[in-house]
Write a protein that binds this ligand. Structure first.
Ligand code: NAP
Ligand code: F7E
Length: 343
């Protein structure tokens, strides 16, 4: 009898964690997730992305800030694979509070690696690297050998996490791999990120519940894919004979302006009548142009994205229209549509 493979996901309550949990469950894994104690105390709100999976998941309370709490969870189960996704992931917030972003993202990654080395050195480890590591890009498109030049505390924290992951691979022979993932979105994206901010606000405008979309840099360019496609690449990276690092991207780039045009067009509105540029949403240092070359992932992992940008925005628009029609966006209204907030 083959035993079920056991996977541990940190950040299981986030966008990627929820899609990855679904994917691993569909492959027959026993899926464990690390969650914050406060999340266990407020499941209605904190578990909204995984509420449909709760009876099939094993959740453990731990904090990325506490080595003993991570050590304790890892000591209790023979994990085969660990996907380290938990992080302070919002770039704008990392400018507002660089200290906590660096602390959570760098120390959290180091704690995970150190505990695995001590307790489960054969457990395969995935680190959630980011295209933000390329920052002020030295070449276009960006691939695995493009030098890093991060432009935010968030980007700096991810470069440190990437280096730690590679160092554990080289120094201790552990199976440690990093995905260098470009932006990926979907209907479960946090409302502070530009794609979801646009689709959720457009839905509210369409229903007469908002009258404008205040936004930052319309000329910023991103390579946007769908999170459902990208979590499959994470899993494939841990199934290879040797650990390595991979760029995961669509190779197609769009401006924030094009994103707005498309989302408004989906509901037959003209974006120019509603979009207002507001400098409070500009960043102190911007990453102007990101476009990834995922040739290595395609050749070695056999991975390629299925969703186009247009299909993804359509799916997000439809989902946000439904939420707005049901009126279940009241909390969001209070939290994120306050135009004084930084989202
Ligand atoms: P997300 O939706 O913001 O989810 C972040 C997760 O991290 C949540 O589960 C959150 O838990 C958890 N977390 C944050 N701070 C924590 C702490 N101090 N202790 C324990 N857990 C903590 O992010 P995502 O979009 O799914 O991204 C997943 C990972 O990929 C992140 O590391 C991100 O930096 C990286 N990444 C994302 C993208 C992208 O475009 N989505 C691209 C490249 C890399 P709570 O629910 O309790 O807050
Ligand atoms: O911004 C511009 C903003 O916040 C995208 C994270 O998942 O992907 C994400 O980071 C672009 C930037 O994502 C607004 O200046 C304009 O140029 O959606 P975002 P991000 O910063 O690219 C990377 C790969 C990660 O690793 C991160 O974890 O859009 N922009 N106006 C705006 N952005 C926001 N949020 N809000 C605006 O009003």
């Amino acid at each position: 009898m083959n035993e079920k493979r056991k996977a541990l996901i940190t950040g299981i309550t986030g966008q990627d964690g929820s899609y990855l949990a679904e994917h691993l469950l569909s492959l027959g894994y026993e899926v464990h997730g690390l969650v914050r104690r406060v999340a266990l105390e407020d499941p209605g709100r904190r578990f909204d992305r995984i509420s449909h999976l709760l009876d099939r998941l094993h959740l453990h309370a731990a904090s990325l800030e506490s080595y003993p709490s991570l050590f304790h969870v890892i000591s209790r189960h023979e994990f085969d694979e660990c996907y380290h996704l938990a992080a302070q992931s919002f770039v704008a917030e990392s400018f507002a509070d660089g200290f906590s972003t660096l602390n959570t993202n760098i120390n959290g990654t180091h704690y995970m690696l150190a505990a695995l080395r001590e307790l489960r050195p054969r457990c395969r480890f995935y680190f959630a690297g980011s295209s933000e590591m390329f920052g002020k890009v030295r070449e276009t498109p960006q691939h695995e050998t493009t030098p890093f030049h991060p432009r935010s505390p968030y980007g700096i924290s991810k470069v440190a996490g990437f280096d730690l992951t590679r160092n554990y691979r080289e120094a201790y022979g552990m199976f440690c791999a990093s995905g260098i993932l470009f932006n990926h979105e979907g209907p479960r994206r946090g409302f502070e990120f530009v794609s979801r901010k646009v689709t959720s606000t457009v839905a509210r405008i369409k229903l007469g519940r908002a009258d404008e979309l205040r936004i930052g840099n319309l000329e910023a360019k991103r390579d946007w894919g769908h999170a459902k496609d990208y979590v499959q690449a994470m899993h494939l990276m841990l199934q290879q004979p040797e650990p390595d690092d991979y760029v995961v991207a669509t190779g197609v780039t769009h401006t924030v302006r094009e994103l707005c045009e498309l989302a408004f067009a989906e509901v037959d509105l003209d974006w120019r009548e509603y979009v207002r540029v507001d400098e409070q949403f500009y960043r102190p240092a911007e990453v102007d142009l990101l476009v990834g070359d995922a040739t290595k992932a395609r050749k070695i992992l056999g991975w390629q994205p299925r969703y186009t940008f247009e299909e993804m925005i359509r799916e997000m628009m439809q989902a946000d229209l439904q939420i707005a029609r049901q009126g279940s966006d009241t909390q969001i209204e209070q939290r994120c549509f306050d135009q004084r907030s930084v989202c």
